[in-house]
Ligand binder design. Structure first.
Ligand SMILES: C[S@@+](CC[C@H](N)C(=O)[O-])C[C@H]1O[C@@H](n2cnc3c(N)ncnc32)[C@H](O)[C@@H]1O
Length: 218
């Protein structure tokens, strides 16, 4: 997926993935990770997700990365913040109330930026990427995170032949294969969600599931 694809989607406000409510699986399953309050949580490909506000309320400093400046500005504006802005080599940094979003390309992120991270909240990142980029995404993520980091992964699965992505279908087998040898992978839950997503039913899907994983890096 080219960067311009996402930049244009934000410019045109085609952001059907954005949720105004806090993600129910974050609320339900975050306790499975239980990182101590005060430990930093990384949110890759964060958009303007309000889930970052919830994580902050749990006492976590939050670090996000997002390619679209429109999304980053919207996050801070819509939540009533005036962020402090600084620049570094590949990123524009915006920070307020211990929520820092690095505006730039996830694939340019380096290990030094994530040394304090203990947990990751990853919703709708893998499904945003075509198959050939998902392996690259996981390899890079694992290479920049500290050992033993816990990841709460929320992902979609459906028969890929019934609809073209994004969102792409990502099966449990694929998640296991992507993280095999790099982490302990536990599927915490699987929910049928087609009935609650009429826009995908209208696009011809016969099955839609959300899978929630707890992934603990080696
Ligand atoms: C499907 S959305 C999910 C957003 C967010 N996680 C949520 O739950 O609302 C994927 C996001 O990834 C961003 N993105 C795509 N490629 C990226 C990259 N290489 N680096 C940083 N962000 C990227 C897009 O702009 C978009 O906001």
């Amino acid at each position: 997926m080219e960067k311009n694809f996402w930049l244009e989607r934000w410019e045109r406000e085609e952001i059907g993935f954005h949720q105004n409510e806090i993600n129910p699986y974050l609320l339900q399953y975050w306790q499975a990770l239980s990182p101590a309050p005060g430990t930093q949580v990384f949110v890759p490909l964060c958009g303007k997700s309000r889930d970052m506000m919830w994580l902050r309320k749990q006492g976590h400093p939050v670090l996000g990365v997002e390619i679209s400046a429109t999304a980053v500005q919207a996050f801070f504006n819509e939540n009533g913040y005036t962020p402090h802005h600084t620049s570094s080599e590949n990123f524009e940094h915006y920070a307020a109330d211990n929520i820092r979003i690095m505006c730039g390309d996830f694939f340019e992120l380096t290990q030094e930026k994530l040394t304090e991270v203990k947990a990751v909240y990853d919703r709708a990142s893998l499904i945003a990427l075509p198959p050939e980029m998902r392996e690259r995404y996981v390899s890079h993520l694992v290479s920049i995170l500290p050992p033993a980091t816990q990841i709460l992964l929320v992902s979609f699965d459906y028969p890929q032949s019934e609809m073209s992505g994004p969102p792409f279908a990502v099966s449990t087998e694929e998640v296991e294969s992507l993280y095999r040898g790099r982490a302990n992978i536990r599927r915490l839950a699987q929910h049928d969600v087609l009935a609650q997503n009429p826009r995908f039913k209208d696009r011809g899907l016969s099955r839609l599931q959300e899978n929630i994983f707890l992934i603990t890096l080696n």
